[in-house]
Ligand binder design. Structure first.
Ligand code: G
Ligand code: G
Ligand code: MN
Length: 393
């Protein structure tokens, strides 16, 4: 275990407490810099990390752990209010880090004990390793890709001014059998760990979607198609040109293709990703910033890259009618997007009331279960609202 805190008394108390609980030999670090050194040199299963430290703070430690794909558990500690701790643990999840608890300061032995007991009792969290149950191995995934089991599902995006469909987001599924459809959480995280694999997967989803689009072209020729593009995919220099070539092959104009990039995807080498995004723009693809509001680098990125669209994350949309903080995030995101000349899509719209709220704020379009769940493209072609091009009000 590793304790990172600038206050000696905190480190001392916590270390004593852990020893009493049977955890011997804790490492200690008084700032982020020292913590990184310990993590590089030792196998650490649990990190207790303070947020406010003068040299390199807890946020820097989290960023570092995310970048180095740390697999162990993390406990956040702070005298900040509970909602700051909560938001920080949400941030950490974006880095695929495992936060097992947030301890308010001053620490108490009882809090520490109950949290560690819960953690030890969790079946999925074994020391230092996290097993994602049911997740596909790389070999399985490669096999599914090769046998053509990767399928594109389509979720409509509705123009809030006209109630007409304006396009689809394409979401990956694997058809293990006609009865068994595997969801992305079973294969995307693993694929993203391997730049070659996520590239192969992304290409096969796009190819599969283009086949469907071509087949139904007469019905969808005016619509946009959004793909989720992981930052790892952009590490491949020739991806933008590959996308241009395949779009030409299927006669789909590049301005109808939207590349959704998540903030977390925009990671390690900023210069490379930025250059790739600019290439995409020069080829006339549209760029969208996905899951907006859940990361913390978004504003800087909006500045640096000519995005066309901003997608407000569903976590803010879900409770925007009951949670004033979410409502504020939605409202401000719309305002900011408008000021920057971007179109705004709200994701996770589940009710007519939310549609109404978004429309009032000036949000351009909406996507969510209220309209439709992701499904094969052919399912939509026969729907009357689709044919009539207006969603019933
Ligand atoms: O489809 P679902 O509704 O369960 O999607 C879950 C998550 O998987 C979403 O966050 C989405 O961005 C991601 N996802 C779905 N399809 C793709 C894909 O083709 N590529 C990448 N990189 N992520 C995807
Ligand atoms: O992260 P990304 O925005 O790419 O992923 C979109 C995800 O959101 C997909 O998993 C999709 O199935 C899901 N989704 C879309 N609309 C809704 C909704 O209205 N409710 C819920 N719960 N999930 C939604
Ligand atoms: Mn998306």
């Amino acid at each position: 275990m590793l304790i990172v805190d600038d206050q000696k008394v905190v480190r001392h108390t916590l270390s004593l407490c852990l020893r009493n609980l049977g955890y011997e030999g804790c490492y200690e670090a008084s700032n982020g810099k020292e913590a990184k050194r310990v993590i590089e040199e030792h196998q650490i299963d649990v990190i207790f990390c303070d947020l406010n430290m003068p040299v390199e703070d807890g946020f820097e430690v989290l960023r570092y752990l995310g970048a180095s794909h740390y697999q162990g558990a993390i406990v956040l500690m702070s005298s900040e209010e509970q909602d700051v701790l909560q938001s920080t643990s949400q941030l950490a999840r974006l880095y695929n880090l495992q936060i097992i608890g947030c301890l308010p300061k001053p620490l108490t032995a009882a809090d520490i004990k109950s949290m560690l007991l819960d953690w030890a009792a969790l079946p999925t969290v074994s020391m230092g390793k996290l097993l994602n149950e049911g997740a596909l191995s790389s070999e399985q995934l490669i096999q599914f890709i090769e046998q053509g089991s990767v399928k594109a599902y389509f979720q409509p995006q509705i123009d809030l001014n006209t109630q007409a469909i304006q396009g689809f987001e394409v979401l990956a599924r694997i058809e293990e059998s006609p009865q068994k459809i595997l969801m992305p959480d079973l294969f995307i995280p693993a694929a993203e760990g391997d730049a070659t694999l996520i590239l192969a997967l992304t290409k096969s989803i796009i190819q599969s979607a283009y086949e469907d689009v071509k087949q139904h072209w007469d019905y969808v020729s005016s619509l946009s198609f959004s793909f989720n593009i992981s930052g790892r995919v952009l590490e491949h220099d020739n991806f933008p040109n590959w996308l241009k070539d395949i779009s030409e092959k299927y006669s789909i104009p590049t301005h109808q293709i939207v590349c959704e990039l998540t903030e977390t995807a925009l990671n390690d080498d900023q210069a490379i990703t930025d250059a790739q995004m600019l290439r995409m723009r020069m080829l006339k693809f549209k760029l969208s910033i996905d899951d907006f509001g859940t990361g913390y680098s978004s504003i800087a990125q909006l500045h640096a890259i000519p995005f066309n669209e901003l997608k407000i994350d569903k976590c803010f949309i879900f409770d925007c009618l009951t949670n004033s903080k979410s409502a504020t995030v939605v409202e401000q995101s719309v305002k900011m997007a408008k000021a920057l000349g971007l179109t705004v899509v709200a994701e996770g719209v589940e009710s007519a009331e939310v549609v109404e709220f978004l429309h009032r704020l000036g949000c351009d379009s909406a996507q969510g279960y209220f309209y439709a769940k992701p499904a094969p493209l052919s399912d939509f072609i026969s729907e009357t609202w689709f044919i009539n091009r207006a969603y019933p009000q």
